[in-house]
Design a protein around this ligand. Structure first.
Ligand code: ZN
Ligand code: ZN
Length: 135
């Protein structure tokens, strides 16, 4: 069992989630790219049906993609940050790892949906910088 705590960018929403971590994947699918505005989503899957909203529950909004069986974006209506979401059909919670304020118990295990990965997304041979590159 791990306890996960996190919050959105504006800080009005915070949450607490407790459960067993099932997986931690970078998902490169088109839907995740659109939802995050980045090359991939980084999602923890946790075996629980409970998200405790510590603050800001009234700001949580949900968008369900009509053509998908269960693709949904729950987000902060003030700042747009994607939030944890519970899928009752399958009985787990997905946590967008970037919203965590605590360390996850595992590191990412894999990249998934690489068949639809963008050519520019996460080329692991790139140089790295702790902050902005110099100059
Ligand atoms: Zn917010
Ligand atoms: Zn995805």
């Amino acid at each position: 069992m791990t306890n996960y705590q996190g919050s959105c960018l504006c800080g009005q929403i915070s949450y607490n989630i407790t459960g067993d971590t099932l997986s931690f994947y970078h998902c490169h699918c088109r839907r995740c790219r659109k939802m995050t505005g980045t090359g991939h989503a980084s999602n923890l899957r946790v075996d629980t049906d409970t998200i405790v909203w510590l603050t800001g529950a009234e700001l949580v909004k949900s968008y369900r993609l009509p053509e998908a069986s269960r693709f949904r974006n729950d987000f902060c209506s003030a700042c747009g940050t994607p939030l944890p979401k519970y899928f009752s059909e399958v009985g787990f919670v997905i946590i967008p790892a970037g919203t965590l304020d605590s360390e996850p118990e595992m590191q990412p295990q894999a990249r998934i949906f690489c068949g639809s990965r963008s050519s520019w997304s996460c080329n692991d041979s790139l140089p790295t910088f702790d902050t902005y590159p110099a100059g």
